[in-house]
Design a protein around this ligand. Structure first.
Ligand SMILES: Cc1ncc(COP(=O)(O)O)c(C=O)c1O
Length: 434
């Protein structure tokens, strides 16, 4: 008999019928209670800026402040607060390992995804030479582009995969054609932080493996929206940022143990040669690591509330994602149907409800006669926090020729957003457009 956790991990995440306890979810995030003073009225703050960074539950704030109040110390010392710090970091590593489904020694903490990716590209670059090829995509955030493009200095050749302009999906034929005998690395995003497309990263990792190349997945945008299983993906590296899924401002990198052992990081001499610490430079942000543990605790409690039958932390994380997926799907359906009725509005990316499994609840739009900055400013005055510009997905905005026009307006939904907020946003946007 499979356990409840095993059943969950094998099941299609959309099929679970455990609902999110929205009142409980919202009560966890103190920031959601804020209001914004508009010209003529005060408005509740509506956080639609999740893709730029999410709010944090009270327990994350408490964990950071408790650590600084009681255990603030460096690691490896022969006294209590230092030992507590060592223990806390080990607990946070184990929690993140459950979040990504790997072992704790395969988890590297760092300042953010960009810094970790530059460090890995620099290390991998030591063994690259003229003629080695790196496959990147034009759909990706620049943090999964420029660190690899920098290896042109070593003679590496960059091969950039196109995307289909009609629906902003990756051109998988182009990707397959660009991977060849000389390919050393394939770097691809799990989901686009602009148009919301979810890429077939299982297939990308398989194509890379088949060619004897490494795969590097940028899961920063995907992490709040779907369960990540690095074992099932069989990818070599996967990076994410905890501040995008309700944790503090930090980055996390997963790497397969054998690779982390064999690739040579640049490091200071006194630092250990053992993984994962040899990949962590200088003193880390311990208080934020305490916050990461609390962030995973939040996901765990969310999952246990959604499905009390789960027995493990990983099972609870999967249950949480299952409930989140359902909620975000309902909001996405309402949002896209509503956006399509606004005069002069163009939505970029997948809009066919039959294909909603291939996108997450992140939307970029342009409205005739308004720049994205004007739209974001007008919405901001009414309490809606959205974003304008390119969000560093520069290859995308350039190819779609909107970079010179101020990019897009981005509206991002996460688990703490509500159907009511979607309705209010649609009303405000229609009002501004008209
Ligand atoms: C898809 C994606 N990748 C990478 C990054 C960079 O992450 P970080 O700020 O942790 O360096 C972002 C940040 O917005 C992102 O959305």
């Amino acid at each position: 008999m499979p356990t409840a956790d095993q059943t969950l991990s094998r099941s299609n995440l959309t099929s679970a019928n455990h609902a999110l306890d929205m009142a409980w979810v919202r009560s966890q995030f103190p920031a959601l209670a804020q209001t914004v003073k508009g010209r003529s009225a005060t408005h509740p703050a509506v956080f639609l800026d999740g893709p730029g960074g999410t709010q944090v539950p009270q327990r994350v704030i408490d964990a950071i402040s408790d650590y600084l109040s009681r255990n603030n110390a460096n690691i490896g010392g022969a006294y209590e607060t230092s030992r507590n710090t060592d223990r806390m970091i080990a607990d946070a590593r184990a929690a993140m390992a459950d979040f990504l489904n790997c072992d704790a020694d395969e988890i590297i903490f760092g300042a953010n995804m960009t810094t970790l990716t530059f460090a890995m590209s620099r290390a991998l670059g030591r063994d690259l030479g003229p003629g080695d090829e790196i496959v990147l995509t034009l759909l990706d955030h620049d943090a999964n582009f420029s660190p690899w493009k920098a290896l042109e200095e070593k003679g590496a050749i960059i091969r950039a995969v196109k995307f289909n302009e009609d629906d902003c999906t990756l051109d998988m034929n182009d990707l397959a054609a660009k991977i060849g005998k000389r390919t050393r690395l394939v770097a691809v995003g799990y989901a686009s932080n602009a148009v919301g497309t979810i890429n077939d990263v299982v297939e990308v990792a398989r194509l890379a493996r088949q060619a004897g190349a490494l795969s590097y997945i940028d899961a920063v945008h995907y992490a709040p929206h779907g369960a990540i299983d690095v074992r099932a993906l069989d990818c070599d590296f996967l990076a994410c940022s905890t501040y995008k899924f309700f944790g503090p401002h930090m980055g996390v990198l997963y790497g397969k143990r054998e690779l982390l052992k064999n690739i040579r990081p640049y490091k200071v001499r006194p630092n250990t040669d053992n993984i994962p610490n040899c990949w962590e430079w200088g003193t880390l942000n311990h208080e934020c690591i305490a916050g990461i543990k609390a962030c995973v605790d939040y996901w765990e409690e969310l999952g246990r509330r959604a499905n009390p039958a789960v027995t493990t932390r990983r099972g609870a994380i999967l249950a949480a994602h299952s409930a989140v997926h359902q909620h975000e799907r309902e909001m996405m359906e309402k949002m896209i149907a509503g956006l399509n009725t606004i005069p002069g509005l163009k939505l970029y990316g997948i809009s066919d409800p039959q294909r909603f499994d291939n996108r997450c609840a992140t939307f970029v739009v342009r409205i005739d006669g308004h720049t994205p900055l004007e739209l974001a400013t007008k919405l901001g005055e009414r309490g809606f926090f959205t974003w304008d510009g390119n969000y560093y997905a520069m290859n995308l905005t350039e190819q779609l020729d909107v970079e010179r026009l101020g990019g897009f307006l981005r509206i991002g939904l996460v688990q703490y957003n509500t159907m009511e907020e979607v309705e209010k946003l649609l009303t405000a946007l229609r009002d501004i457009a008209e």
